[in-house]
Design a protein. Structure first.
Length: 235
């Protein structure tokens, strides 16, 4: 375990929670940051406090490492976006082939604000759940984007930030397996019960893979990943 500090982009979803567990397993101190940008599924933000507590129940030895949480208001991002994540529009694909759930500039803005917080807090490592293996085609989740942004942030702030993306080459089944390796069945159960991924913000239905509408792209991806993970766990 390194003695350095990390700041985790923590939305309240499965991926960011797994990244938080990954960081707590590796760094001496870990802080979290979330963003309120007028997202349709804002209920994910309401899950964050209970989720942080549930992770510490699964791994009590992490309690001494988990530091402050930062919640940043970025309503302007929602105001300039015309997407199915920031309006009531039906989820569909645009003419350019990208899903209309893509919020232009979102991860670039998130990581820029996270770097500003990290600069102030003396944190080197910034951890995000971006993934190129099992994702919706968002260009700001690509490894090339993250590497380019790391260079830009380091040059623009004259600091040596490291943008960590532990899920970049993992599919959803592998992400569940990573969680299990970090905290066993207790951590997996914490993710099932307390994380939120559904684009529609639906927590009225509990499925084998967690809460959600069961039909949106995020729910579909999560359900398929859970099914593949569960099948691999079956003797």
């Amino acid at each position: 375990m390194t003695q350095e500090k990390a700041l985790v982009l923590f939305s309240g979803g499965q991926d960011s929670a797994t990244c938080l567990a990954w960081a707590l397993d590796r760094f001496a101190q870990v802080e979290t940051i979330g963003f309120d940008y007028g997202q349709r599924h804002r209920i994910e933000l309401d899950c964050r406090a209970a989720l942080r507590a549930a992770l510490l129940q699964a791994r009590p030895d992490w309690a001494a490492k988990l530091g402050p949480d930062h919640l940043i208001g970025l309503q302007a991002l929602g105001q300039v976006s015309d997407t199915s994540l920031t309006t009531d529009a039906a989820i569909a694909f645009n003419a350019d082939g990208l899903p209309n759930s893509f919020v232009p500039g979102r991860n670039i803005i998130f990581l820029s604000f996270a770097a500003a917080i990290a600069y102030r807090r003396g944190i080197k490592h910034i951890v995000g759940g971006m993934c190129e293996t099992d994702y919706s085609g968002y260009p700001d989740c690509r490894d090339d984007t993250i590497k380019a942004l790391q260079v830009a942030l380091n040059l623009g702030m004259e600091r040596r930030f490291v943008l960590e993306t532990p899920l970049m080459w993992l599919d959803k089944a592998a992400t569940w397996r990573l969680a299990e390796s970090l905290g066993g069945a207790a951590l997996v159960e914490a993710l099932l019960e307390h994380t939120h991924s559904c684009y529609l913000g639906d927590r009225s239905q509990r499925h084998a893979w967690g809460y959600g509408c069961g039909t949106c792209p995020a729910c579909d991806l999560r359900a398929k990943g859970w099914a593949a993970y569960a099948a691999s766990e079956t003797p």
